[in-house]
Design a binder for this molecule. Structure first.
Ligand code: BGC
Length: 733
């Protein structure tokens, strides 16, 4: 529809019509068992009003059902304005990719983009127009359950991933195309900074740290033309994000030029009452609209109070006009006015959901995102491994998805057992359930039924199997439900019953490799001490089992590198590689009393950002950088990388920079680039990076985004623990 036609339609809309566009309904209004009165009363609407509402979220029943909803809505809407369908498709709709934290570990924006393109193709066929993805919250604390939805702890990596996800979802040829859906960058802002990793907790960061570390990934989404931004539950400097004028109007729209739609998180607009900054729905409605919130997700402030606020002159009608118009413009961009069914199609759904291409990409992503954390030569298994047993609850499950993966969990995936059985002289045992009775408290909260009755027998059988094996591959980890929203933990270890299994197996078998399934960095001290290899596969999605079988047997190599630090123990949290030096840095001398260190545990994490290996080895040499960078100019830094092992392999070459002296203290190291190179055995390649002034900028003492002249260190290396560097100077003209 032309803009002028849209404006004509807008002219015809009453204030109420506009406010209905700004309301998003929960799926309960469309479920067969919808309560007659409760939800209607909550919002103060009637069943007929459902057909006037702008959008709904969370309907994953597939094309047929969505077509019915769209049709009925379109026919019954007084002005025939089509409904917009939204949902949380965070790592796949029919084909589940690995979780986003895993995808961060791929260091492969191109593949990430392709995977999100596939997600758009599948989701649109089933009738989803907007997805609440990507979550780009910077995460430094593994206690927070939602780290699994983010791509990790680094602003640069997160920005690259955010761009890739937005571009993959929104396509290249316009939002109205069948391979495109609107992305929604969330949760604006700094939700990942929750104090002590406790869900929904207070966030308090300085404006400098906000701009330097937390905001870049959201900004990358805006620069990639994301259509929607979701506000977060938390406060920023005491002001809840959803009513934070500085954040939403001055920064997001003013400074960054965002002209898309903003949406509250579920309950964040009424949450301002709980936060204690509004007395009631009336005040919350005014604060929300003044801050620039366009759509209210599932809560009643706007629908119940906005009209009254306008009628009594407390809220300027222009604020409602601009918000409602933005919603309509998004519908128009999505092509809904021309085609109210959009690309929802039962035939297309059959064709694209879990099609070969999507499953192949999902397989590639499992290999690209799995991180081999350690390997004392037991992986990959081969003839030298002798008799191999696969033991653990993940041998027999096909549940490799996390939350919010559309319809993916309704499909049957191959179990590891099905992939491996008959392919070798293997033994198998389950060994334990995924959760035991020690974790009953959290199981209740997750509505997960623990059946511990056969625990002893399972363990006994597994020990018998392990005794017969020369090598055991343990397939263990968190239950998928243990990470995600409202899944904060102070114990970040694998479940007790599975640790018990590992201990017992280790007693009878001298070679043990662990394949680890989880949604967050864990305290792996004990797993580490009981194993010879650890392959981190996260929650790998639909193609988990076949890809893991191929990685474990060496047909393919895991090439992921950690996008989030694995602490030594939970007490180190929050922990991240890009720390400041402090004025009392620890120099490794245990007698050094007055230094920034723990007396009872190392400062270093167990596995650092960027770490990970494959099945070959690489050597770095001849690190060089041009010595002088002039403002506005460019220099090159390079290193030689050689595959010193016996097979072809892929290395993720990482570029870090340190600013030695600035007007504020700067991190010891910051990631500024990465390249994945694949080399044959014995092959050597020079890997180069350009460095320019832009890469050196930071928010200085006067809150200007600048680069200071002076000395910088360059590291081109395997991971963030590297100590060897070369120097260059940034010089004035
Ligand atoms: C989550 C959001 C999500 C929304 C809708 C909220 O609880 O915080 O990330 O998009 O629900 O499902």
């Amino acid at each position: 529809m032309q803009e002028k036609d849209l404006l004509q339609l807008f002219e015809k809309m009453t204030l109420e019509d506009k406010i209905f566009e700004m309301l998003q309904l929960s799926p309960v209004f469309y479920s067969e068992n919808a309560e007659e009165t409760g939800p209607y009363q909550h919002l103060g609407i009637s069943p007929d009003d459902v057909y006037r509402t702008g959008s709904v979220l969370g309907i994953y029943e597939g094309a047929e059902r969505v077509l019915d909803i769209r049709r009925e809505h379109y026919e019954k809407h007084p002005l025939h304005i089509p409904i917009m369908m939204m949902g949380d498709i965070i790592h796949g709709y029919g084909t589940a990719m690995p979780i986003p934290l895993a995808m961060g570990c791929s260091f492969d924006p191109e593949l990430v983009r392709e995977c999100y393109h596939n997600i758009a193709v599948e989701s649109t066929a089933s009738g989803v127009d907007v997805t609440f993805t990507p979550m780009v919250d910077l995460v430094r604390d593994a206690r927070w359950g939602r780290v699994m939805e983010s791509t990790g702890e680094d602003p640069y990596l997160n920005s690259e991933m955010c761009k890739a996800m937005v571009m993959g979802l929104q396509g290249e040829n316009g939002l109205d195309k069948p391979d495109a859906m609107c992305a929604c960058v969330k949760h604006f802002a700094a939700y990942g900074g929750a104090e002590a990793g406790r869900e929904y907790n207070t966030v308090d960061v300085s404006e400098r740290n906000l701009r330097q570390y937390y905001l870049p990934a959201y900004k990358a989404g805006v620069d990639a033309d994301v259509g929607m931004i979701m506000t977060s539950f938390n406060t920023v400097a005491g002001v809840p994000s959803t009513v934070n004028k500085w954040l939403l109007r001055d920064l997001l729209r003013g400074e960054w030029g965002f002209d898309g739609v903003t949406i509250s998180d579920w309950g964040s607009s009424t949450g301002v009452i709980t936060h204690g900054v509004a007395a009631d729905y009336k005040e919350a409605a005014r604060l929300n609209i003044e801050a620039g919130l366009d759509i209210e997700m599932c809560t009643p402030c706007y629908i119940r109070e906005l009209k009254n606020r306008v009628d009594c002159g407390e809220v300027d009608i222009e604020l409602v006009n601009e918000a409602a118009l933005r919603v309509l413009r998004l519908k128009n961009k999505l092509g809904l006015f021309e085609n109210p069914m959009r690309h929802t199609s039962v035939e297309r759904e059959k064709e694209v959901l879990r099609c070969d291409k999507h499953m192949d990409d999902a397989y590639k992503m499992v290999c690209a995102s799995s991180v081999l954390l350690k390997n004392n030569g037991v992986l990959p298994i081969s003839e030298k491994s002798g008799k191999v047993a696969f033991i653990g609850p993940y041998v027999y499950t096909d549940r490799f998805c996390s939350t919010w993966s559309g319809k993916a969990s309704t499909f049957t995936n191959k179990t590891f057992f099905e992939c491996a059985d008959g392919k070798g002289d293997y033994l198998f045992a389950k060994g334990s359930h995924r959760l035991g009775i020690e974790q009953e408290r959290e199981a209740v909260c997750m509505k997960y039924e623990i059946d511990d009755s056969d625990r002893e027998q399972l363990l006994k059988d597994a020990i018998e199997v392990a005794k017969q094996a020369d090598t055991v591959v343990m397939m263990i980890g968190e239950l998928y439900e243990q990470s995600g929203e409202a899944r904060s933990h102070t114990r970040i270890k694998i479940p007790h019953c599975q640790l018990e299994l590992l201990r017992e197996v280790r007693k009878v078998c001298s070679k043990v490799a662990v394949v680890l399934f989880n949604g967050r960095p864990l305290d792996l001290r004990e797993v580490d001490s009981l194993s010879d290899a650890i392959l981190e596969v996260w929650l790998p999605g639909s193609m988990g089992a076949p890809a893991i079988y191929d990685m474990v047997t060496g047909a393919v190599e895991p090439t992921g590198r950690l996008s989030m630090t694995f602490p030594y123990c939970v007490a180190q949290s929050p922990i991240y590689y890009s720390q400041l030096n402090t004025d009392h840095p620890y120099n490794g001398n245990p007698n050094n009393r007055f230094s920034s260190r723990y007396l009872d545990c190392p400062n270093e994490p167990l596995f650092a950002f960027g770490q990970g290996m494959g099945y070959t080895s690489f050597e770095y040499s001849d690190l060089t950088v041009e010595p002088i960078l002039k403002r506005g100019g460019k220099i090159t830094a390079s290193v030689k990388v050689k595959n010193t092992g016996e097979r072809r392999g892929t290395e993720t070459v990482q570029l870090y920079i340190r600013d030695f002296v600035a007007s504020i203290s700067r991190p010891l190291k910051e990631l500024k680039g990465f390249k994945k190179v694949t080399l044959d055995a014995g092959q050597e390649q020079t890997v180069s990076f350009d460095i320019d002034e832009e890469m050196l900028k930071y928010w200085n003492i006067d809150m200007e985004y600048v680069a200071d002249a002076g000395r910088f260190a360059v590291y081109i290396c395997h991971d963030s623990t590297e100590r060897q560097y070369v120097e260059f100077k940034l010089q004035e003209e």
